[in-house]
Ligand binder design. Structure first.
Ligand SMILES: Cc1ncc(COP(=O)(O)O)c(C=O)c1O
Length: 446
């Protein structure tokens, strides 16, 4: 294959002319050209090197250029590039077995999708089919995908274009303790407040009306909000009390990001359904899925599963998934994420101590965020929720970018979630760039 577009300028300009890019007004866009990547680094069209400190979209857990996964996709393309999902094929069967065996032990079967949003779409349908109910609870500070159902699950502003929404989709408040309206004396006190409110809300909606509570096990793009101790167990108890299905969205947190195969294992909780995507193939091929409990799997022995996608369990995705899981195991990357997370946590705490602009740092495994404030004592946000007319956060991202630190932000938070293969030294070097930039952000405070 020969590339028609040879110069960096040509690639960028052609992209501006013909590609519609996500989540942006198109006119002012100047898409960065990426020419390649290796490990935790990638290079732009000018040959400048970046630390990929968001693992692209928190999916590239094994880093760029992984030869094992590339080879597995190549081999699968030669053997059998496509088969309709109704066929049993070796990689499809094998990956399903691997996924179920790595999941909490109450899980029984998996339905494969192409990504996270369609995993949540299918989880929504499954929850409604199994319970015969239609109300769905999810949280305000959440992102569950951009297709219509997943966007209705989503609580943050990316939901607005899909409103007026689907009837029966109800939002509740997150246990975002750093910004709680009350100064809770303990994590337990925070849990009893938030869970108490939720219990009341469920009752007001009808004790037997709610099909499912969807929640990101750890809120991801909305600021890496880690639930207080006991919160997820409390959600499990509420679900048991009212016959509601607990659905954990592990699209971002699954596959080692938090130092466990699935983030629920950090909290010893077993949901009824887990959705996943991203780290199952690390973006080398599109794949997601819906894991269902043994009880739900048994339900569909007798009942019709009204779900289907032409590319469900695509052979290239399945081959990539098997190779990715094998790679995680061979390199011990899940345990390594936990260990490196200790280094990352120390570095982040130092940044918080040092910089006036850092209000909070939150981290677990290699999943973390730095929340910026105008005033550390009052916690005045660096930009108000949903309002950043001067594009201040974009400027901060630009300052990081200029120094070769690639990541993205949401509201006040800078995401730090490097590939799980990162070394301690690379972490220190990258975070020293962050330190430099935060010095400049300190100077931007009034
Ligand atoms: C928690 C969560 N759920 C769902 C999605 C949607 O996944 P996708 O973009 O693969 O559709 C994302 C994407 O970032 C996510 O972070």
């Amino acid at each position: 294959m020969e590339f028609e577009l040879t110069t960096v300028k040509e690639i960028s300009e052609t992209s501006r002319k013909y590609n519609l890019h996500s989540w942006s007004a198109q006119g002012q866009l100047k898409p960065k050209v990426m020419i390649g990547g290796e490990g935790v680094y990638f290079w732009d069209g000018e040959g400048k090197r970046y630390y990929d400190m968001s693992s692209q979209l928190v999916n590239l857990n094994i880093g760029h250029g992984n030869k094992k996964v590339i080879k597995a996709i190549q081999d699968q393309a030669e053997r059998l590039a496509y088969s309709s999902p109704s066929f049993a094929i070796d990689v499809r069967s094998q990956l399903a077995k691997m996924v179920v065996e790595l999941a909490p032990d109450n899980m029984g079967k998996v339905f494969f999708t192409l990504g996270g949003a369609d995993a949540n779409e299918n989880a929504l349908k499954i929850a409604k089919m199994v319970t015969g109910r239609y109300k769905i609870f999810s949280r305000y500070r959440s992102y569950h995908g951009s297709t219509y159902g997943a966007a209705n699950l989503t609580g943050e502003p990316r939901r607005y274009t899909c409103e007026p929404g689907i009837p029966g989709f109800i939002k509740f408040f997150d246990p975002y303790v750093y910004r709680a309206p009350l100064p809770f004396p303990s994590e337990e006190a925070a849990c009893s407040y938030y869970l108490g409110q939720l219990r009341e809300q469920i009752i007001y909606e009808g004790r037997d009306a709610v099909a499912a509570i969807f929640l990101e096990t750890i809120t991801g793009s909305n600021g890496v909000i880690i639930p207080p101790r006991g919160y997820l167990k409390g959600i499990r108890d509420l679900c048991n009390e009212f016959g509601i299905l607990m659905v954990c969205d592990e699209v971002m947190t699954g596959w080692g990001r938090t130092g466990e195969w699935f983030a629920v294992s950090n909290f010893a909780v077993k949901p009824d359904i887990i959705t996943f995507a991203k780290g199952i193939t690390c973006g080398y091929a599109p794949l997601g899925g819906v894991l269902v409990s043994k009880a739900i799997a048994a339900y569909f022995d007798e009942h019709f599963l009204s779900c289907g996608l032409t590319y469900s369990a695509h052979p290239l995705g399945c081959a990539a998934g098997i190779a990715t899981i094998e790679y995680y195991k061979e390199k011990g990357l899940i345990g390594q994420a936990k260990e490196r997370g200790i280094t990352l946590g120390k570095l982040l705490e130092t940044l918080k101590e040092k910089h006036d602009c850092v209000g909070d740092v939150r981290y677990i495994g290699l999943f973390s965020a730095i929340e910026l404030v105008k005033n550390k004592v009052t916690k005045q946000p660096f930009v108000e929720y949903g309002l950043d007319p001067d594009k201040t956060m974009k400027k901060v991202i630009g300052m990081l970018d200029a120094k070769g630190f690639y990541t993205y932000s949401h509201e006040n938070s800078l995401l730090v979630a490097p590939p799980l293969i990162i070394t301690d030294q690379e972490l220190e070097d990258a975070l020293s760039i962050m330190d430099d930039v935060l010095n400049d952000v300190d100077k931007m405070l009034d």
